[in-house]
Design a protein around this ligand. Sequence first.
Ligand code: ZN
Length: 187
Amino acid sequence: MPQRRCPRALERRRHGTRRVWLPMQGQVYRGRASLTERLWRRVPIGAPDACWEWPGATSDKGYGLITRGGRDRRHVRTHRVAYESAVGPVPAGLFVLHTCDNPPCCNPAHLFLGTSADNTDDMMRKGRGRLPGLKGQAHPRARLSDDDIAMMRARYHAGSATQRELAEEYNVREQYVWRLVNGHARA
Ligand SMILES: [Zn+2]
């Protein structure tokens, strides 16, 4: 049964409350917006393989910056918030890097984990990077999250998508999809 509120309480509530539009899920939230909600409220969500650039403040290296919220005025990098909201927490000692070399980009499909904030990106491209001991989606070359892979397997085995369609949708090689859905990779 809903609580009845006096008009003064409703007025206070209105001042202390924000409505948040979250484009990813099309939901309206009441209450103080979380960091994740504030991020996705501002980032324009584009095509799945496009760069989704943070439109707000950036660091001197071009990374998007967002305040932690509330009274905490410190900034965090927007692509890190994007990665954590889409994939999960970043393990200690690892950094979120871009496959697209576009610092303000927040598209989780363009983000992966590496060991150095600035150098790993180039090292991996030049084939010098070696990161032993990382498996599954913790591996910095992994562009598909464990959730992606579970979804691909489910859709393939349910007959709702072919391996070729999945390969195109996730922008990976068809042979890799074959290995995934047959349990040979990242099992
Ligand atoms: Zn990008």
